[in-house]
Design a binder for this molecule. Structure first.
Ligand SMILES: NC(=O)C1=CN([C@@H]2O[C@H](COP(=O)(O)OP(=O)(O)OC[C@H]3O[C@@H](n4cnc5c(N)ncnc54)[C@H](OP(=O)(O)O)[C@@H]3O)[C@@H](O)[C@H]2O)C=CC1
Ligand SMILES: O=C(O)C1=N[C@H](C(=O)O)C[C@H](O)C1
Length: 297
């Protein structure tokens, strides 16, 4: 009995929330737009921001201020020595990755090789390979193309609809339009994920058919993006039309700025740190898992 009580006490303390200041987070690359927003949100939430970050090869050698922390930005060619130092000084670190689609797979493989838990917010790359690699390795990770709580809730609702009513929209035509800042190189990962739900609902649509709007003048004129947010927005519209044209549905989520994703990423870090502390059996999560557990503030 005493042994059981001791065991329960130990597991209870493992599941208690640790003080945020005991959680260290390394943000690659916090000189990028999302990385910077996440690093600032992490500091504001009381997390311990590691003052070192990896950027693209040969692009290092600068310093970026993130919420009052001066972070040294180092080129990917030096990542071995940087990670040696980080893992030595911050053994329980969680890495956040907001880099570029071309770096997703190799960065994930690198974090796995160093045995470090990570939150992958970067979109694109070979997603099937990414998930397979992480599953095989058994490294703790949260991977999601969308971190914004309310958009994740919309994804979760779409997931429930697709699971419960497969084929409900068979025969309907779909038009998907996404507008983002002109610097965005890939088609929205969120839009691709939403299309998967529509496919399960019976709609014939390929992700190549998603319309990407990247021209700032068109974004203002046609998409009604406020000029202040041309450098950071995500305006998505999904329009469904019945075969005879008599029934129409329209879903829209328009996000200005990046704070919704930055906050969600901090939630993902806190969630993952807890899973690591608990030694959870499940290692790979998405943001619907984080939302379902009530872990989004
Ligand atoms: N999951 C989510 O909710 C969200 C996801 N995103 C995704 O985040 C990603 C980043 O977007 P954003 O911040 O706007 O892009 P940015 O171009 O502003 O930032 C990307 C940064 O990554 C750096 N980088 C390039 N290659 C590497 C590498 N091999 N290792 C480390 N750093 C590297 C770039 O450096 P340099 O410029 O020197 O090459 C740059 O600083 C995109 O995939 C975007 O879709 C964005 C918002 C929300
Ligand atoms: O690059 C962005 O900005 C965004 N990327 C993510 C995506 O590709 O869906 C999430 C959001 O749309 C913002």
């Amino acid at each position: 009995m005493a042994a059981i009580q001791a065991e329960n006490a130990a597991s209870a303390s493992a599941t208690e929330n640790a003080p945020t200041s005991s959680i260290s987070v390394m943000v690659n690359d916090c000189s990028g737009k999302m990385g910077h927003a996440v690093a600032e949100a992490a500091v504001a939430a009381g997390l311990n921001l590691v003052p070192l970050a990896i950027t693209g090869p040969k692009m290092g050698n600068s310093r970026v201020a993130c919420g009052g922390v001066a972070v040294q930005i180092i080129g990917a060619e030096e990542r071995d020595s940087v990670f040696d130092r980080v893992l030595n000084e911050y053994p329980n670190v969680i890495v956040v990755d907001y880099t570029l689609p071309a770096a997703v797979n190799s960065n994930a493989e690198y974090y796995i090789s160093r045995g470090v838990p990570f939150v992958m917010g970067t979109t694109g790359g070979d997603r099937t390979k990414l998930i397979d690699t992480v599953k095989k390795a058994g490294t703790y990770a949260v991977i999601a193309p969308q971190m914004g709580k309310q958009v994740v809730a919309f994804q979760a609702a779409m997931d429930i609809m697709a699971q419960n009513f497969p084929g409900a929209f068979a025969g309907y035509t779909l038009k998907v339009t996404e507008s983002h800042q002109s610097s965005k190189v890939d088609t929205s990962g969120t839009a691709k994920a939403i299309v998967e739900y529509f496919q399960k609902l019976g709609v014939k649509f390929n992700v190549d058919e998603i319309e990407r709007v990247r021209d700032p003048s068109e974004q203002v004129r046609r998409m009604h993006v406020p000029e202040d947010y041309l450098g950071g927005h995500a305006f998505h519209t999904y329009k469904l039309l019945s075969p005879d044209g008599t029934v129409a549905f329209e879903f829209q989520h328009n996000v200005m700025g990046r704070s919704i994703y930055a906050q969600g990423t901090v939630d993902a870090v806190l969630f993952l740190a807890k899973k690591v502390r608990e030694g959870a059996d499940q290692k790979l999560y998405n943001m619907i898992d984080v939302l379902k557990e009530g872990s989004m503030r």
